[in-house]
Design a protein around this ligand. Structure first.
Ligand code: NAD
Length: 250
């Protein structure tokens, strides 16, 4: 499949919003063919939209099959789709736990499993999970998220070892807080769980662990993914790529 002049092809999940949308836009600008997968893809969004529920096996299988059918190759998988739920452990809804593990941990596994042969055939395959600083450190009230993000880093390390012989590199980008709807949606939940007014949540809770007191922008994370899947990323595999404004330096 490799050859001069071919266009590389990527699957990006959660591509209708926030970080995933910025990644899909950036990879398309970099000249890749992009399948932009989401529950509800944006009609005029970057790349080719594909609707799938990634909490299901069929959804993940469908995304990989669609990319191969459209582009006849697959060089890059970016497992990004995610949700958050904030609640104390004694009240954490069991159904949310299962759905979050399915999306944040099992979907990256299924994407790698179903896309593995194609990534190997590409000759220079790249698998990138958008994990989180929560792959390296915990926060209260985020049991499912923190557990799944730690898990996906373990998955990436395993993929790196298995992929080495086939030229497949795997990394986990670990951002601190990024300005997206996922973070904005937490303001009310955090206020409730901690009993403080919503306007104090951003400063006192969200930005509390950042040494540098600002949110990251989705485009900054997209820039890191662009680097990791490009020539500059050839030395990175089996590692967290941490961009957390000093969070895990504590
Ligand atoms: P977002 O809410 O803006 O976007 C998430 C996207 O995932 C949405 O478009 C949503 O429709 C999609 N999605 C949700 N459930 C899905 C399903 N079952 N099937 C298919 N698509 C589904 O969130 P974001 O902040 O851009 O987060 C993207 C990733 O980055 C997540 O994995 C998140 O954990 C991670 N992350 C976010 C931050 C942050 O501060 N925002 C920090 C670190 C890591």
């Amino acid at each position: 499949m490799e050859g001069a002049g071919h266009r590389r092809a990527a699957v990006v999940t959660g591509a209708a919003s926030g970080i995933g949308r910025a990644i899909a836009e950036r990879l398309a600008d970099d000249g890749l063919d992009v399948l932009a997968v989401d529950l509800d893809p944006v009609p005029d969004g970057p790349g080719v939209g594909y609707a799938a529920d990634l909490t299901t096996r069929e959804g993940n299988r469908g995304a990989i099959d669609e990319a191969l059918e459209r582009f006849a190759r697959l060089d890059v998988i970016v497992a990004n789709a995610g949700v958050q739920h904030v609640a104390p452990i004694s009240e954490f809804p069991e159904d949310h736990w299962e759905a979050m593990i399915a999306l944040l941990l099992t979907s990256p596994f299924l994407l790698a499993r179903y896309g593995w042969e194609a990534l190997g055939a590409a000759g220079d395959g790249r698998f990138v999970a958008i994990a989180s600083a929560h792959a390296l450190a915990a926060s209260p009230f985020k049991s499912a998220y923190v557990a799944a993000k730690h898990g996906v880093l373990g998955l990436v390390k395993t993929l790196a070892l298995e992929g080495a012989e086939r030229g497949i590199l795997a990394t986990a980008v670990c951002p601190g807080f990024v300005r997206t709807p996922l973070v904005e949606a937490q303001l009310a939940d955090q206020a409730k769980a901690r009993g403080i007014p919503e306007e104090r949540v951003l400063e006192d809770v969200i930005l509390e662990p950042h040494a540098v007191k600002r949110l990251l922008e989705p485009e900054e994370v997209a820039g890191t993914v662009s680097f990791l899947v490009g020539p500059g990323g050839r030395g990175f595999t089996g590692v967290p790529v941490t961009m957390d404004l000093g969070w895990t330096a504590h």
